[in-house]
Design a protein around this ligand. Structure first.
Ligand code: ZN
Length: 317
């Protein structure tokens, strides 16, 4: 194996880039803006240019670089074709081929949440486990499944889309995916804030959450206030975490991983979040899955970058 690799974690606002040793050591990270104008036509060109200038700066030749791994926020087929990434303006885009032509390196593409799962299982809190599920609680909910050390991407690139499991068939508001009652509508950062606004509107009980304008309420506020003992905030935390735990119990009986890793911005709430998930999970899980470890992810925003590099050594199923 060659000594260096590049990783890219492509988001709707910025693209985080990393230069790594192929053992996973991060040497340098930086980011460039994501240019979503013109249906995202410049995104891959910009990434290729950024990688080229880093290679010049570090005197790296193509012979020294194993390849470039990139995580993309959308379903990715085995052929490296992205099937609609709404936040980037892309429709169906053959990213592996186009970026490979531009950068002149071997390119591997995968869904960003899947790559985060692989990164965590390689270098993060999933280290030592062969099979993990990762759930990323951010603006939305991402999910990734790693089995026997390999990403499970599925026939349509949709495996692990945990955020779109239906958890409430009575929901009247539509999810971003167009369906109703998805987990993402409850347990993502935006979902938790939405749930809190509804709870406050249907209830006259005093709560410190009422000191914050409803439209400014964030998931962080809710966890912070819950930690101070506020009853309404704790009710919100319990209810959204029970929905998440129920979804995890169902996934675990199908996939049976060694561990479930919880990442994304919401996971910064820490122990209170973990406690609110673990207890109902153990009550709902199939008896053989009750001891599945539920852990906080440990790589934060670097998870995607790290795991991209590993993709270069063809770990994607
Ligand atoms: Zn949905």
């Amino acid at each position: 194996m060659k000594e260096y690799g590049f990783g890219a974690d492509l988001g709707g606002t910025t693209c985080k880039l990393g230069l790594f040793k192929t053992d996973g050591t991060l040497l340098e990270k930086w980011e460039i803006p994501t240019d979503t104008s013109d249906d995202g036509a410049n995104i891959l060109k910009d990434i290729a240019a950024a990688v080229h200038s880093k290679m010049v700066e570090k005197s790296l030749t193509k012979e020294m670089v194993e390849g470039l791994g990139i995580g993309v926020p959308g379903p990715v087929g085995k052929d490296g074709v992205v099937n609609r990434a709404v936040n980037l303006g892309w429709g169906v885009k053959p990213v592996a081929q186009e970026l490979g032509d531009l950068v002149g390196l071997k390119v591997r593409v995968a869904n960003d949440a899947n790559i985060a799962a692989l990164g965590e299982s390689w270098m993060g809190s999933g280290k030592g486990f062969d099979s993990v599920i990762m759930v990323t609680l951010g603006t939305g909910i991402g999910g990734g499944i790693v089995i026997d050390g390999q990403i499970l991407s599925g026939a349509h690139g949709a495996a692990g889309e945990i955020g779109h499991l239906t958890v409430n068939e009575q929901e009247l508001e539509a999810c971003g995916c167009g369906r109703f009652g998805c987990l993402e509508q409850y347990a993502s950062a935006t979902g938790i804030a939405r749930y809190a606004r509804k709870t406050l509107a249907n209830n006259e009980e005093p709560s410190r959450l009422r000191e914050i304008a409803p439209e400014e309420l964030t998931a962080k506020d809710i966890f912070d206030v819950a930690k101070e003992g506020d009853r309404i905030a704790n009710e919100v935390v319990e209810n959204v975490c029970r929905l998440l735990a129920s979804a995890l119990a169902k996934i675990c009986v199908v996939v049976d991983p060694e561990a479930v890793l919880i990442g994304g911005g919401v996971s910064k709430a820490g122990q209170i979040l973990l406690d609110a998930i673990v207890e109902p999970f153990q009550g709902m899980a199939f008896h053989a899955c009750k001891d599945t470890k539920i852990l906080l992810a440990s790589l934060g925003n670097d998870a995607g970058d790290r795991k991209s590099t590993r993709q270069n050594s063809s770990h994607i199923r």
